[in-house]
Design a binder for this molecule. Structure first.
Ligand code: NAD
Ligand code: G6P
Ligand code: MN
Length: 443
């Protein structure tokens, strides 16, 4: 088959766009392309990256058409895949989410706790709007969505666009499995066969085997009790920055709670929220680090490329983590039956858990979409935590649909990161103020 595919990147102005383009270009033998489009609703921001992206494409393969647009009709007409990574409110609103939470002594995080709830209330409309464009202009297109907060977005699309061709996915398991592979002396995460269950940014590995079928989880956990997800010699770790190194190290404490599974490191925000708050600087949060770090670096390099008229010698790197996007698109395009962790409706896969909860579990992906694998029963500790968190996510979507102040207060109160209904109410009132124009008006 010599079909070539057309791809639109929604959220074209994202800091991740150049590395995703490089990753697509590095894989054109697997997923042949005829067109790459960037789409954003912020023209100025997207323009800061677009010229450099065009140069990257043209220098690799001039036969691939390149378009950057803010017109949904242009963006979504004749596309096979939409790679969606929008951030409604951009990093400026992420900063507010994090700082307002910390002001109330609560975890200030992009996708967890009040920050994730506030971000969810902003994201739903943006993602639905993009689904609607896709369905209007390219009804056979698949949206591979990794816009956050993925759990809340997934629950909203399950309810409000039940037939949409959207697949919600997260790169965190890829990052975790890469570190497990390194710790276990493997070259690649694909040398490991894993079992995992949970919610997005809220799950556990129950098995990690080599290709001969030997169980490696006990060995991994022994290592984690001493070094977390860091290699024995920390300098061998491939950390984008200190905050990710600290997260990898904190796994040391997380594994103590259940030494028969190994957790997604995002659980640190729920299980050690007090440590996270104590460790945070309420005046300089992760959003500030990203704006001063990744954003400056990526936009600066794109400006340099555009001025130079060439990407030769660029410091931009292929998004290695982002490989899962090509794996997923290839599985849909070529029916590869790749086994991947996706965020899907439970529907009995986890036997003793809500049928209509959006869970993160292994699925087999082929040309008709995905088929979840059966997980069986999960233990009481994980089940209890997940039930509480799923209820939070469902209440956020209820609040968005019904414009309900009460439901959002309940969501915040129920979040494991928030100590009481009093604190939840104070947080809610501050978040409403900060999110004017982004949230529906709550009654
Ligand atoms: P960013 O702010 O740099 O870029 C996001 C872009 O989205 C901006 O250019 C913004 O203008 C655009 N945008 C906002 N609303 C839009 C809309 N309605 N339609 C079209 N474009 C819109 O953000 P970033 O730091 O690069 O992150 C991008 C997104 O990817 C975030 O949601 C982030 O959480 C997510 N992400 C997810 C994963 C995952 O594992 N699921 C991994 C990495 C990043
Ligand atoms: C991981 C998660 C994403 C999240 C990102 C934040 O990749 O899977 O969901 O958006 O981390 O990283 P940052 O560097 O922006 O804090
Ligand atoms: Mn994620």
């Amino acid at each position: 088959m010599n079909k070539k595919f057309s791809v639109v990147i929604a959220g074209g102005g994202s800091t991740y766009t150049p590395e995703i383009i490089l990753m697509l270009l590095d894989n054109i033998d697997k997923l042949p392309l005829r067109c790459i489009k960037l789409y954003d609703n912020d023209e100025d921001r997207q323009n800061k990256l677009a010229k450099a992206c065009e140069i990257l494409v043209k220098e690799k393969d001039p036969s691939i058409a390149f378009i950057a647009t803010t017109d949904p009709a242009v963006a979504y007409t004749d596309v096979d895949f939409c790679l969606a990574h929008i951030r409604v409110g951009k990093l400026a609103m992420r900063e507010k989410d994090e700082k307002i939470s910390l002001k109330h002594g609560v975890v200030g995080q992009e996708t967890c706790g009040p920050g994730g709830i506030a971000y969810g209330m902003r994201s739903i409309a943006g993602v639905l709007e993009n689904i609607d464009y896709m369905e209007k202009y390219s009804p056979d297109c698949w949206m591979l969505n990794y816009s956050n907060p993925a759990s809340i977005v997934a629950e909203a699309t399950r309810r409000l666009r039940p037939h949409a061709r959207i697949i919600n996915i997260c790169d965190m398991p890829i990052g975790l499995e890469n570190s497990y592979a390194q710790i276990l002396g493997k070259r690649d995460r694909k040398e490991l066969d894993i079992r995992y269950f949970g919610l997005n940014h809220f799950g556990w590995y129950t098995s990690i085997k080599d290709k001969e079928g030997n169980e490696l989880l006990p060995k991994l956990i022994q290592h984690q009790l001493q070094f977390g997800n860091c290699p024995e010699h920390i300098e061998d770790g491939n950390y984008t920055d200190a905050s990710w190194r600290d997260t990898a190290m904190k796994v040391k404490d997380l594994v103590k709670l259940d030494p028969t599974t190994t957790p997604n490191s995002y659980l640190q925000y729920y299980l050690y929220g007090d440590d996270m708050v104590a460790h945070a600087d309420p005046n300089y949060t992760r959003a500030n680090q990203v704006m001063d770090g990744r954003e400056k670096r990526v936009f600066g390099e794109c400006e340099r490329i555009a001025k130079a008229g060439t990407a030769k010698g660029t410091s931009l790197q292929i998004g290695i983590h982002a490989n899962f996007i090509v794996d997923l698109a290839t599985a849909l395009a070529f029916n590869t039956h790749e086994r991947m962790l996706l965020i899907v409706e439970n529907n009995g896969a986890i036997e003793n858990f809500d049928k209509d909860a959006m869970v993160e579990i292994p699925c087999i992906v082929g040309k008709d979409g995905y088929e979840p694998l059966s997980i069986g029963k999960i233990p009481t500790f994980q089940k209890g935590l997940m039930e509480q968190q799923v209820a939070v996510e469902k209440l956020v979507v209820d609040a968005w649909i019904e414009h309900s102040y009460l439901k959002l207060w309940q969501a915040l109160t129920l979040s494991k990161t928030v100590p009481s209904a009093n604190v939840a109410k104070e947080l809610l009132d501050d978040l409403i103020d900060a999110n004017k124009g982004y949230w529906p008006e709550l009654k």
